[in-house]
Design a protein around this ligand. Structure first.
Ligand SMILES: [Zn+2]
Length: 473
């Protein structure tokens, strides 16, 4: 039996039927469109700036209402004109573990006290009822690619705000209301998806769900794209890149979407090139996090860094490049100087597109996704990105993908998945030599036809850190 199911098939087999569903859908559509206009009629996405008074309100409200901040957040009484500068100096960090340990201590009391939760464990019908009545909380979680996922709840208004933030990104890149949109998402990555599916469908958005990537899934999504001819195609870069590989192998064309928008993982140059070749459209990158309310930054047509959404997210970086985020409009669970675990370079500059402000460059993925060189220094994804790009361009590639594993600062073992196995041995040699030269550690690799890695968000660096003397290799 196929592991892949299109939403259409899922809906056909679902117990929700007929008039009841139609009424519910029209109510959702009215509610969504009444709260904020969709798409093109929204105000321009960029530029954005941070309102210092808004930041002060967030800090004051958090200290007054939220138990965790009442205990730990230092008093902050800067004048509005100096607020952002002074905030940069504030000796406070919110760690992921604190969110993982007890989410309720980070919620405003009104929300923390509510008991009705929309959860994927319940039927879609029951969840729809709760969603329409309002007041219920939506259970949500992160992908959990680097350990156990974060579980948290949000209000209906926050779910809608997340949706609108994505719609505004699409509109910024040229999608217009009424045009086709396809999101390729991995099943299980979003809780309460039964309800989300119904809501998104009612608004004309298609979610293509898959459990794992294979040829059959690629054929299905290709058929869907031919039928829908979407303007916007969205998904993880690894997922879209796998599909691109299939389309190129098969010589199977699809009508070019207006653009593809990648998010959720580091977008490698070789992936971008392949997606552009196969789908015949430009590829843009966005940076988003579930617990931070959705998208934080997006590439403009210049594609030289991602413009930060400064009105809703105050982004800073630690000296080691870790990205810190303060949410400015996440009312039920404001996150303050939240250590995202992601690395990037933050610059303030005027972009050739005309927008001046904060930009994120060289997004490097998770901070724990690194290799160690012979002196124990961290080597991040940007190095590997460049290395794989050189292999891809250098005539020994192209590559479908790669995975690197290392214990401590020992031998790097890697797997390359070349598009053409005949070209692979030269690529192996090139990567091994480069790692030995640049990191000063031994490296050995294999050619594989499929990469062995966990499902979910794709990672490409795996560390097994062991206590000194505890080598198991
Ligand atoms: Zn720009």
């Amino acid at each position: 039996m196929s592991a892949y199911l299109e939403l259409e098939a899922q809906r056909r087999s679902h117990p929700v039927r007929g008039a009841l569903l139609r009424r519910a859908i029209s109510r959702i559509r009215r509610a969504a469109q009444a709260t904020r206009p969709l798409g093109a009629s929204a105000a321009p996405l960029l530029p954005q700036c941070t309102d210092p008074a808004g930041l002060l309100r967030v800090l004051e409200g958090a200290r007054r209402q939220i138990p965790h901040y009442a205990r730990t957040l230092p008093a902050f009484d800067a004048e509005p004109e100096r607020a952002i500068e002074a905030f940069a100096e504030l000796p406070f960090r919110l760690r992921r573990e604190e969110l993982r340990r007890d989410t309720s201590s980070l919620l405003v009391p009104d929300v923390a006290g509510r008991r009705v939760v929309i959860d994927s464990k319940d039927s879609t019908l029951r969840n729809l009822g709760r969603l329409l009545r309002g007041g219920a909380l939506i259970a949500n979680r992160t992908a959990g690619s680097t350990g156990s996922p974060l579980h948290f709840v949000e209000e209906r208004s926050s779910g809608l705000a997340r949706f609108h933030a994505i719609v505004r990104e699409l509109a910024y890149l040229g999608w217009r209301e009424g045009e086709g949109f396809v999101l390729c998402a991995q099943r299980g990555m979003h809780s309460a998806l039964g309800v989300a599916d119904v809501v998104l469908r009612s608004l004309g958005f298609r979610v293509f769900l898959f459990d794992r990537m294979d040829e059959q899934m690629c054929r299905r999504v290709a058929r869907l794209l031919r039928r829908m001819q979407p303007t916007a195609l969205m998904g993880f870069p690894s997922c879209l890149s796998d599909m691109a590989g299939f389309l190129l192998d098969e010589g199977a064309g699809v009508p070019p979407p207006g653009f593809a928008l990648c998010g959720g993982e580091v977008l490698f140059d070789h992936q971008r090139a392949r997606i552009e070749r196969a789908f015949g459209c430009p590829v843009f990158d966005t940076y988003a996090a579930h617990e931070l309310g959705g998208p934080l930054a997006i590439e403009c047509p210049q594609r030289d860094g991602l413009h930060v959404f400064e009105a809703t997210h105050l982004v800073e970086t630690e000296p080691d490049g870790e990205i810190l985020v303060t949410t400015l409009d996440q009312c039920e669970m404001p996150l303050i100087k939240y250590k995202t675990g992601d690395r990037g370079e933050l610059v303030v500059e005027k972009c050739p597109c005309g927008v001046e402000g904060k930009k994120l460059r060289n997004l490097d993925g998770r901070i724990e996704d690194h290799l160690l060189d012979c002196q124990g220094r961290r080597v991040y994804a940007s190095y590997l990105r460049q290395l794989l790009h050189e292999v891809d361009e250098g005539g020994t590639g192209p590559l479908e993908g790669a995975v690197f594993r290392q214990q401590g600062a020992g031998c790097v073992r890697f797997e390359l998945q070349p598009v053409n196995q005949a070209l692979g041995p030269a690529a192996l040699d090139e990567v091994a030599r480069a790692l030995e030269r640049d990191l000063g550690v031994p490296a050995e690799g294999n050619l594989v036809t499929t990469l062995d890695r966990p499902s979910g968000k794709r990672r490409f660096v795996f560390r097994e850190d062991v206590a000194p003397g505890g080598w198991t290799a």
